[in-house]
Design a binder for this molecule. Sequence first.
Ligand code: GAR
Length: 200
Amino acid sequence: MVKVAVLVSGGGTNLQALIDAQAAGKLGCGKISLVVSSNAKAYALTRAEQAGIPSAVIRRKDYACGEDYDVALAKKLKEEGIQLVVLAGFLSILGPKFIDAYRDRIINIHPSLIPSFCGDGFYGLKVHEAALAYGVKVTGATVHFVNEITDGGSIILQKAVYVEEGDTPETLQRRVMEQAEWELLPKATAMLCDKIQEAE
Ligand code: GAR
């Protein structure tokens, strides 16, 4: 069994996809053991509670600096024996102290085909607004490793999704979630958990 922490900030539909995959036996040897939210009001916390998964709220604003936040977050995860960290709509920036503590063991889902529409300032609906403003006909989602460069770690999985006539940022966001994100994130999580299990 590989202990997985899912880090969230909002609605948590990607967390739900992971919970559903686990219930369906599709998370390999991964077990969602902890949900951490950077936002006390995130609906993702309700999803965790409904699934019986322990959760914690660790907010950037409760720490004097980013480094203190990184250290506190890493400490909590290490205490819980977490082996893989999955960012699922987590909006706080993680610094080198955290990344070093979980080098090559942090993955993120991003709602575009990296290297398009990614990097600082591209999150949530903003990504889809930018894709529509540019006029791309194909977008998608990417699961990648997290390193010190925002959305710059190596790519694990990607899936393309068509933009449709009349799309709004909201309709496009929903289609990218349904057709790509909710499939890719559990798949990548299962793949990595199985690799970690093999290596240990
Ligand atoms: C998802 O679309 C995710 O890809 C995106 O935030 C949304 C969170 O939704 N993440 C980013 O933009 C990261 N740069 P959720 O809380 O319903 O999973």
